[in-house]
Ligand binder design. Structure first.
Ligand SMILES: NC(=O)c1ccc[n+]([C@@H]2O[C@H](COP(=O)([O-])OP(=O)(O)OC[C@H]3O[C@@H](n4cnc5c(N)ncnc54)[C@H](O)[C@@H]3O)[C@@H](O)[C@H]2O)c1
Length: 276
């Protein structure tokens, strides 16, 4: 309890999945939350994204922890909308201490077959969107004068290539370079920047028919046992996919002053998958 007491955390992709889990876990540790999500589907993403009611549910769960939650419907590709959300956060809370750039999408195709719009939408959300989130929020952090912690959600695909994910892997490698640069530039303002790299996480992004058709080709309607065995084969530790809360524990550590001298690092919450 109280590991981020009194801090304010701005989280993208917070309607559900890992973003919601980070919001609730940071609130349980004493932070007020700004929860941002697009709350709409995107044309090249082969599964549904978060909804307005999901974002409202995140706010309810944060409030249940006794903390305030400001919500904003914004696409991370829209810098003006992100700036507006930051302005609303500063008006309400007067400070911004933690930024979790977590919003992301998944889609599939081999490098030389990927449609151009699939490439562009992926880079737009998973790479440009992270920069725009940082661009919108870090000046407010600097102005508030309390330093800050920027945490960017990369992936095990931010350390290696994975078939059918050239655009995803390029974006997830790209945010590492972005974050390391921010670590260099932000240090004099007390701003730290780190990436987290999860293995498969049991969220809608991983658990949907489009993902199964790529990960388990030729298996129509795979059973729960086939799905678990398939994902398990990617990890060293005995788990098919981790819980969002496993990533939230890492996020709380990076958000808190316990990690006050940790910056420019890559934290793997990956059940050993990148050592396979
Ligand atoms: N699920 C996995 O297996 C896995 C593994 C490694 C890394 N990741 C990364 O974790 C992060 C969170 O994903 P998740 O697993 O919670 O998936 P998820 O699909 O459950 O949640 C992603 C959230 O981001 C939102 N979002 C998508 N595009 C957006 C945009 N343009 N602007 C604002 N919000 C947007 C969605 O509406 C959704 O609520 C992503 O960056 C993802 O790439 C996921």
């Amino acid at each position: 309890m109280g590991r981020v007491q009194g801090k304010v955390a701005f989280i993208t992709g917070a309607a559900r999945g890992q973003g919601r889990s980070h919001a609730v876990r940071l609130a349980a540790e004493g932070a007020d939350i700004v929860a941002v999500d697009v709350c709409a589907d995107l044309p090249t993403v082969p599964y549904d994204l978060g909804r307005d009611e999901d974002l409202a549910r995140t706010a309810e769960l944060v409030e249940k922890e006794g903390r305030a939650c400001l919500t904003a419907r914004a696409d991370v590709r829209d810098l003006a909308a992100l700036r507006e959300a930051v302005r609303a956060a500063m008006d309400r809370f007067g400070r911004l201490d933690v930024l979790v750039a977590n919003a992301g999408i998944l889609s599939f195709g081999r490098t030389w077959e990927l449609p151009e719009e699939t490439w562009s939408e992926m880079i737009g959300v998973n790479l440009d969107g992270v920069w725009k989130t940082i661009r919108a929020a870090v000046p407010a952090m600097i102005e508030a004068g309390h330093g800050g912690s920027v945490i960017v959600t990369s992936s095990n695909a931010g350390k290696r290539g994975l078939a059918n994910l050239p655009h995803y892997s390029a974006a997830k490698h790209g945010v590492v370079g972005l974050c390391k640069t921010l670590a260099v530039e932000g240090a004099e303002y007390g701003i730290r920047a780190n990436t987290v790299h999860p293995t498969t996480v049991g969220t809608r992004m991983a658990l949907n028919d489009a993902t199964y058709s790529v990960f388990f080709p030729g298996v129509e309607a795979p059973s729960k046992r086939q799905i678990d065995e398939g994902f398990q084969s990617l990890n060293l530790l005995p788990v098919p996919y981790i819980d969002p809360m496993d990533v939230s524990h890492a996020v709380v550590y990076l958000a808190s002053d316990e990690s006050r001298y940790v910056t420019g690092s890559q934290l793997y919450v990956d059940a050993g998958t990148t050592e396979r």
